[in-house]
Design a protein around this ligand. Structure first.
Ligand SMILES: [Zn+2]
Length: 397
């Protein structure tokens, strides 16, 4: 007697559960598809650097300021110029919440899991405008944040065979620290914009859809990504208007976040100093969260990205780790496969002070060398290769 309702309930749950990535989608083409290598070849170091440089014109792009809104407008105009149209915006309200009680973790525990090792530096964000010694930049970053309406922009490459399914490729465009937020996260924002440019080329088609999104309010606590999930999770896969073949919110197949892509100079020394040079063994850190509901599928996605790195990235390898945390893929991690790409592990490495520019006035375009920019470009090659394979990219008129 009890069986029927239980069966009914479990089949209802199956229907509501997120669509798992199908096995064949998580295998790279064999032999390698020359179309994907061709697309990856359309990425270029000088273009990537130029996009980061342009973003630094808006200072630290702190959320809730004119410089942040101007940056959103500029990003949108760029996406349009690439042919990634129409562009759309998520509108939400942001008001600061009272500070949350800090989660107490053990002395050697890293946020997100993992263990802190070796010498550490302070990682406190800079809150003092006077620490910016460049007076032009100090003035540019002077306006304080005010609560209220916020906007963030995205555009979508619509799939020709499966417009109802999409991958989300994201980075946050806001920053803090009274610098230029060149690395955190101009480097991720430029990466996503460059991918939007390549995939929007009129000779490129994809079987599945890809959404390129530049989150706002990451630095205030992932609020832009949280607003997106809240507003749009329930719209997934619905055709609107009915019969139109249009899907305003295609079903999410995976979320790939890019946050701090360039600086991997190794561990701080005992005196807190760091190597001036990118370490030769620098890597792209691909992280998933082993404690999330989608851990198993997210791990598969992470390994696919590692294989795509071996195939498509020119200079730097990738490393997979299980401690994704504190970035815009967090609000997605229990709903769909979610990973982040970074210069270092967020918890055990950045959390131990491996990036001395992090949220500091020194996060400037001029701080970085081509070896740093090239690590970001290698992450772009990795994601472009993986997404071109997953979304089924083809070329031709
Ligand atoms: Zn960041």
């Amino acid at each position: 007697m009890r069986r029927l309702p239980i069966l009914a309930l479990s089949s209802a749950l199956v229907l509501l559960a997120p669509l798992p990535l199908r096995a064949q989608q998580l295998i790279l083409s064999d032999p390698p598809d020359p179309v994907v290598a061709n697309l990856v070849g359309r990425l270029d170091l000088e273009r990537y650097k130029a996009t980061i440089k342009e973003l630094t014109r808006f200072g630290d792009r702190r959320q809730g300021t004119k410089r942040n809104r101007d940056a959103v407008d500029w990003i949108e105009a760029q996406l349009k110029s690439y042919g990634c149209t129409p562009t759309e915006r998520i509108v939400y309200e942001w008001h600061p919440e009272p500070p949350r009680a800090r989660i107490v973790i053990g002395p050697n525990q890293a946020v997100g899991g993992g263990t802190l090792r070796g010498p550490r530096r302070s990682t406190r964000p800079n809150l003092d405008s006077l620490k910016q010694t460049d007076l032009r930049l100090r003035a540019l970053n002077a306006e304080p944040t005010v609560p209220g309406e916020r906007q963030q922009v995205y555009c979508t490459k619509v799939g020709t065979e499966h417009p109802e399914e999409m991958y989300i490729v994201g980075a946050h465009m806001d920053g803090i620290g009274w610098g230029e937020a060149a690395n955190d996260d101009g480097s991720g924002t430029a990466l996503v914009m460059e991918l939007a440019r390549v995939f929007s080329s009129p000779d490129v088609r994809t079987a599945r859809s890809i959404r390129f999104i530049l989150w706002n309010n990451e630095e205030s606590g992932l609020d832009g990504a949280v607003a997106y999930v809240k507003q749009r999770a329930g719209l997934q896969g619905k055709e609107s208007p009915a019969g139109s073949g249009r899907y305003p919110e295609p079903r999410w197949l995976g979320m790939i976040q890019h946050d701090m892509m360039m600086f991997d100079h190794g561990m701080p020394r005992a005196d807190s100093s760091l190597s001036k040079e990118q370490r030769p063994e620098a890597d792209v850190n691909i992280e998933f969260q082993s404690k999330s509901k989608m851990a198993e599928e997210s791990q598969k996605l992470a390994w696919l990205f590692a294989r795509a790195n071996e195939r498509y990235a020119r200079d730097y390898p990738a490393t997979v780790g299980p401690h994704m945390t504190n970035t815009d893929s967090d609000p997605f991690k229990d709903l769909v496969p979610a990973i982040s790409l970074r210069e270092n592990e967020r918890g055990a490495q950045i959390g131990a002070g491996w990036d001395p520019q992090w949220h500091q006035p020194t996060d400037l375009y001029v701080t970085y060398s081509d070896k740093d920019f090239r690590l970001g470009l290698n992450a772009a090659q990795t994601t472009l290769g993986a997404i071109a394979e997953l979304a089924g990219a083809t070329m031709g008129k």
